[in-house]
Design a protein around this ligand. Structure first.
Ligand SMILES: [Zn+2]
Length: 89
C-alpha cells in the first residue's frame, strides 16, 4: 500500500513538470485554452504537498518500544528513557 502511494507521488511529480511544461508551451504558442492543464497541475501540486506532510505525520507518530513516548524516527536514542531505538520506517 505504501509503495503504491509512493508511485502515485512520483507520478504526480513527473506529471506536474510535464503538465506545466505543456501549459508554458501553449502560452508561448498563443494558445490560452489551458484550463484543464492548470487544474491538472494544481491537483498534482496538492498530491506533491500531501506527500511530505504524511511523512512528517508518520515520523511524529513513532513511539519508543520501551516507554511508549512519541519520538522522531530519526532519533537514535529515546530522550525519555535513554534506551537505543532502532530506526524503523
Ligand atoms: Zn523510551
Amino acid at each position: 500500500m505504501k509503495k503504491v502511494l509512493c508511485v502515485i507521488w512520483i507520478a504526480a511529480v513527473i506529471l506536474f513538470f510535464i503538465d506545466w511544461g505543456m501549459v508554458g508551451l501553449s502560452l508561448l504558442n498563443g494558445n490560452y485554452e489551458i484550463e484543464i492543464g492548470v487544474y491538472l497541475g494544481l491537483v498534482c501540486m496538492v498530491i506533491i504537498m500531501i506527500g511530505p506532510i504524511c511523512k512528517i505525520c508518520k515520523m511524529l507518530s513513532n513511539k519508543c518500544p520501551y516507554c511508549g513516548k512519541t519520538i522522531l524516527s530519526d532519533w537514535k536514542f529515546c530522550p525519555y528513557c535513554g534506551k537505543e531505538v532502532k530506526v524503523w520506517k
